[in-house]
Design a protein around this ligand. Structure first.
Ligand code: 5GP
Length: 127
């Protein structure tokens, strides 16, 4: 089933400038800004500017230019934050939640970049 994009989601409003954000980086096809409720010393969200609900939607429907730009924007933010292991940074975790089991709150694709402390176990143990 194709995705239906809700243009009233909070990140769509940020992209339209209706809600402020603390911008970290902007490119042709991507925007990065700090999370309003940070879970780590560095907590940056990177979003594509296009109307994509989650990662598989973007991966299958976005143009090569959008995918390249978004992927490179993530790398640029990591470099900007000084967290890349390849440059003696202490590392980071990328998370992209999708749908109900993925516990996605905002239905516009976003990647969380979490860094600045040990981020801990990848997921909670099954109960
Ligand atoms: P999700 O659970 O969808 O993967 O994550 C959504 C994230 O968006 C959460 O970490 C939440 O704190 C963040 N968030 C929600 N509303 C806003 C907002 O208005 N501004 C910013 N900067 N982040 C937000």
């Amino acid at each position: 089933m194709p995705y239906t994009y809700d243009d009233q989601n909070i990140f769509a409003k940020i992209l339209r400038g209706e809600i402020p954000c603390t911008k970290v980086l902007e490119t042709d096809h991507a925007l990065a800004f700090t999370d309003i409720a940070p879970k780590a010393p560095h907590h940056v969200l990177v979003i594509p500017k296009g109307p994509y609900v989650c990662h598989d939607h973007f991966a299958l429907d976005a143009s090569d230019a959008e995918i390249a730009d978004f992927t490179r924007a993530i790398g640029k933010v990591c470099a900007q934050l000084g967290i890349t292991p390849g440059a003696d940074g202490a590392g980071y975790r990328l998370i992209s939640n999708a749908g109900s089991d993925g516990v996605q709150e905002v239905p516009h694709l976003h990647v969380h970049i979490l860094a600045g402390r040990n981020i801990g176990p990848m997921v909670m143990a099954a109960s």
